[in-house]
Design a protein around this ligand. Structure first.
Ligand code: ADP
Ligand code: MG
Length: 258
């Protein structure tokens, strides 16, 4: 029996059935207790293995996506951010926009939830099996700048374009060098009608000529980005400031009551 048990463990390892291998004793005990038929037992077991594998893949994809934080749609307070339609965001959860290679642009001042919504919709996509890479513009430009020096810019670009969603966060905080503007143009034109881009920016489209320091390249980028896109213009006060105001108020209220 022991030998057979060892062989079973070995074979489960060889087949990479980690859930069954790691939970074998418990699984066998439960099946005896619940008096399952062979088919019921196998069905349940395989489903658990699939679920575990799926959960692991999702966790790995979230790490690979390089998000600045993890926030969900349920964490977003739509009553605070009234300039955006909750229904429109909820509708995007079905991920049809990714199949249709539609880009999402979130525009507006700092701290009002642009990155939050981008991350939340990306997480919905990852849970449905899509892949995402998120980077601030600044970080991406620096990475690509280094790759120009080492001669593997194309390799880096291809790697980025393997993702279903390319999430370009914080366009417009820093002005760009000419080579950086060209790199962004290459990303956007190669992704055009093949991938989806999520982009956040604190600058309206009419200011993009200044960001890219070249109106022609800005208009070429905008042309491709906006052809199939959903644009969300957010306004209002920073959520971070609201949080800080709330904390100050609580502090003052506590002081009064003491
Ligand atoms: P932006 O990208 O527009 O500068 P963020 O998305 O980074 O802003 O938001 C700043 C912080 O405030 C994040 O922690 C985010 O989760 C939170 N936040 C912003 N707007 C909301 C909101 N309407 N409901 C809940 N949290 C919000
Ligand atoms: Mg942001």
């Amino acid at each position: 029996m022991d030998q057979k048990y060892e062989r079973l463990l070995e074979n489960l390892k060889r087949l990479k059935l980690a859930y069954i291998r790691n939970n074998l004793d418990e699984v066998l005990k439960f099946s005896r207790m619940r008096e399952l038929s062979n088919v019921e037992f196998l069905t349940e077991l395989i489903e658990k293995e699939i679920k575990e594998r799926n959960d692991n893949n999702i966790s790995k994809a979230i790490v690979k996506a390089n998000f600045p934080f993890i926030k969900r749609i349920k964490d977003f307070d739509f009553s605070f951010q009234r300039s955006i339609s909750k229904k429109k965001i909820i509708n995007l959860k079905d991920c049809r926009w990714i199949e249709d290679h539609i880009n999402l642009c979130f525009l507006g001042p700092c701290g009002i939830g642009k990155t939050h919504l981008g991350v939340a919709l990306s997480l919905e996509a990852i849970e449905k099996g899509y892949t995402v890479y998120c980077s601030t513009m600044d970080e991406l430009i620096r990475k690509f700048y280094l790759s120009l020096a080492t001669g593997d810019f194309n390799k880096q670009l291809q790697k980025l374009l393997k993702n279903d969603i390319i999430f370009l966060d914080e366009l417009g905080y820093l002005p760009m060098e000419e080579s950086a503007a060209n790199q962004i143009f290459q990303i956007v034109s190669k992704a055009y009608e093949r991938k989806s881009i999520i982009l956040t920016s604190n600058k309206s489209f009419d200011k993009w000529g200044q960001i890219f320091r070249d109106p022609a390249i800005a208009s070429a980028i905008l042309d491709r980005l906006l052809h199939h896109s959903e644009i969300f213009v957010l306004s209002g006060n920073s959520f971070r400031v609201k949080d800080i105001r709330g904390k100050i108020k609580n502090f003052k209220d506590n002081k009064k009551s003491n």
